[in-house]
Design a protein around this ligand. Structure first.
Ligand code: 1HN
Length: 343
């Protein structure tokens, strides 16, 4: 292609630009790449290191003043974005004895995965649930929620929200409750009794896109995982893996965030696997290693690891290793984008 042709094209692009027009052919390959571009990097937050900072945050601000006292787990390659993956936000929230994180609601959905402490509750849409390490708790879109620590230990949990997804659609709202604590209208345990026992209220209908079970207690999850280890060899790519389910329709528990938990029995190494959803893992119990590319992350209880989408990884369990996992898989599946590769 000669200079004259090039100059004519450039001049054409500039004239077109005055009409808010642009040529597709200069951009097509980057608009529609052959495969996913890596967004963010694989990273581990070792709990031994970050716990000090989470605890120190209480010396600097109260839960009330902060509204939510959280240290954001920000992907080191996405600084300033508050993103752990390109579609998810995550952070470690601290609630000290006697504190209340005041009630509010927003269109972003949240999940909590409880890390340490006892005696704190979260109240969601009129029902309180006690938070125990290993519990998975859902705060659906636009539900009033507040948290309170009635115990005598600091309470720490992992928050994961669909903030970047919601931001993409720019269709979000938030509202502060007039009182710090929203009204409690149902007894504690009501949702689990009605919907979480393999039973359902006859004739029950709902408009919610979320599971009506909003706390999946770890005691039950753990029992299920260990039962699986006795029922045959672990899956070569996933180990003994389960997904949190909406008992009304068998789908994922939340509309925008997929949640799963797995147990890798001592000595097991998984085969390489990749999928288009960037993942957030938290170690519930045990030790091991996660390998991604040339990187090897040692895994210890409460460590958080993120792996960008379409990066293959393997996990090795030193002793029985339990990992909770969150990603945007459910949203990708609904939109027809999800792909996975077992290698
Ligand atoms: C939020 O409402 C919570 O309710 C936690 O605990 C983290 C991050 C951004 C926006 C809202 C919570 C949040 C949040």
């Amino acid at each position: 292609m000669n200079d004259a042709v090039n100059q004519q094209r450039e001049a054409f692009y500039q004239r077109a630009d005055t009409q808010a027009l642009a040529p597709l052919w200069t951009r097509l390959k980057s608009l529609v790449p052959q495969w996913p571009a890596q967004v963010g990097v694989a990273h581990r937050w070792g709990y031994d290191d970050v716990r000090k900072f989470v605890m120190e945050s209480a010396e600097h601000i109260s839960a009330k003043e902060a509204e939510r006292r959280v240290m954001i787990l920000e992907n080191p390659a996405l600084k300033g974005t508050s993103q752990i993956t390109h579609s998810l936000y995550a952070g470690l929230q601290l609630l000290m004895p006697g504190e209340v994180a005041p009630a509010h609601r927003h269109t972003q959905s949240a999940l909590r995965f409880i890390v340490e402490g006892n005696g704190a509750y979260t109240a969601v849409d009129g029902e309180k649930t006690m938070m125990t390490p290993g519990d998975f708790v859902i705060t659906p879109s636009w539900t009033w929620h507040h948290h309170g620590n009635e115990g005598n230990t600091p309470m720490v949990w992992l928050d994961c929200l669909d903030i970047p997804m919601a931001m993409f659609f720019n269709s979000t709202f938030r509202e502060d409750h007039h009182a710090d604590e929203a009204a409690i209208t149902r007894p504690t345990g009501d949702a689990l009794a009605r919907y979480g026992q393999g039973l359902l209220p006859v004739g029950h209908t709902t408009t919610s896109l979320n599971s009506p079970v909003f706390n999946y207690p770890y005691a039950r999850t753990r029992e299920a995982l260990h039962a699986l280890t006795k029922a045959g060899a672990p899956d070569p790519h996933f180990g003994c893996q389960l997904r949190y389910v909406n008992p009304l329709d068998g789908g994922w528990a939340m509309p925008t965030i997929s949640t799963m938990i797995r147990l890798l029995p001592a000595g097991v190494s998984t085969l390489p696997y990749r999928s288009t959803d960037g993942a957030v893992f938290i170690v519930v119990e045990g030790e091991g290693e996660l390998h991604v590319g040339e990187i090897k992350f040692a895994l210890k209880p409460h460590d958080v690891v993120t792996v960008p989408g379409w990066m293959a990884y393997t996990i090795r369990a030193q002793n029985d290793l339990v990992l909770f996992q969150a990603s945007d898989r459910v949203a990708q599946e609904k939109l027809g984008f999800f792909r996975e590769q077992r290698m």
